[in-house]
Design a protein around this ligand. Structure first.
Ligand code: ADP
Length: 169
């Protein structure tokens, strides 16, 4: 496995890293899944600042501080909902990873943790989402020194096993 990529199974809100990525919705005002867990752990300060951001487009990313989280920053990105709209979900998901990493670079975040964006209630097929995530992260790291390390955080066993297989190739 590429030494700048790490894989773990667990809860992203527990990680003491420079930045965790949130699979947010376009309002940036919180939701279920990983978004709900991040807001719960960060406390009300995160919601207050998110209210000032004016939302976020699908495939884009915005950054805030982490408030009560162990992580210093939260990078909020909006993944595509699978099966609706222009059917350009694959490029939108790739955009989430690239734009999130670009935010990390600008803010000097050396260790960045990603959840499996769009693979929960947004129903993106997990295999395809993992392929896109790994491809985009590898491409980005090959031409950028910061972040030094990216951690893929899988919450469910199915995603964890998909990432294990793909990363061992
Ligand atoms: P989306 O709307 O982008 O699909 P979800 O939050 O529903 O977002 O799901 C995205 C992924 O986040 C899913 O694979 C889900 O298992 C995972 N997830 C849920 N809670 C956590 C958590 N606390 N830490 C890391 N990943 C999580």
């Amino acid at each position: 496995m590429e030494t700048r990529i790490e894989l773990i199974q667990g809860d992203i809100t527990k990680l003491k890293v420079d930045a965790i990525v949130n699979a947010a919705n376009p309002s940036l005002l919180g939701g279920g899944g990983v978004d709900g867990a991040i807001h719960q752990a960060a406390g009300p300060g995160l919601l207050e600042v998110c209210q000032l951001l004016g939302g976020c487009k699908t495939g884009e990313a915005k950054i805030t501080r982490g408030y009560k989280l162990p992580a210093q920053f939260v990078i909020h990105t909006v993944g595509p909902v699978w099966g609706v709209g222009d059917r350009n979900e694959e490029s939108l998901l790739a955009g989430c990873y690239r734009k999130s990493l670009a935010q990390a670079t600008v803010h000097g975040c050396n260790i960045v943790a990603f959840p499996n964006i769009s693979t929960g209630v947004y129903h993106f097929p997990k295999d395809l989402a993992a392929e896109i995530a790994i491809r985009e992260v590898k491409n980005y790291l090959s031409s950028n020194a910061v972040p030094e390390k990216v951690i893929f955080v899988c919450y469910d066993a199915e995603n964890f096993s998909i990432y294990q297989d793909l990363l061992s190739k």
